[in-house]
Design a binder for this molecule. Sequence first.
Ligand code: GRF
Length: 190
Amino acid sequence: IKLGVLGSGSGSNMQAILDAIEAGTLDAEIVLVLSDNPDGYILERARKAGIPAEVIDCGGFKTKFPDESQSAVAAQLKAAGVKLVCLAGFMRLVKQPMLDIFPERILNIHPSLLPAYPGLMAWKQAVADGARESGCTVHYVDAGMDTGPIIKQAKVAVIAGDTAETLHARIQLEEHSLYPEVIAAIAAQQ
Ligand code: GRF
């Protein structure tokens, strides 16, 4: 299955997907990586792996993902033959027209057990809330923020002395196995 990955930051989840492909546990190919952040390390990781990687033009908006940008991104993904879009640390809200062009074909990974702690810095919310456990969720993307149908979750215990950072690091380890696993299951159904 041909994958397109959208990110904004370090791209460790994109790397985990690549590693799973190389290890032969995921029958897929990342054909295009796009980042709204020109400095996102995800772009460098992709280029190092020989994958086309480009910056998304968001028309100068800081957080908005304008319709024209979404249409352009969808067209680029289609032209590359992408069948499944994986959001991996992408910090803008995907809506129409992308959702219309890739219906139930856009996945996201979120660092909490949704529906708990949607939105930004979910690991920080969990620690501040005194939660005993958290984790990560892979879900289909709909027009809400972290609200789409849940596919699979992995739990992570919050341990004594955890800070937002230590919890996030342990959640990320789980993300790196959960995301490739879910993509592999979807790929197997194609
Ligand atoms: C991950 O924790 C993911 O759950 C969240 O953003 C972070 C992205 O990390 N949506 P990376 O860019 O994949 O390293």
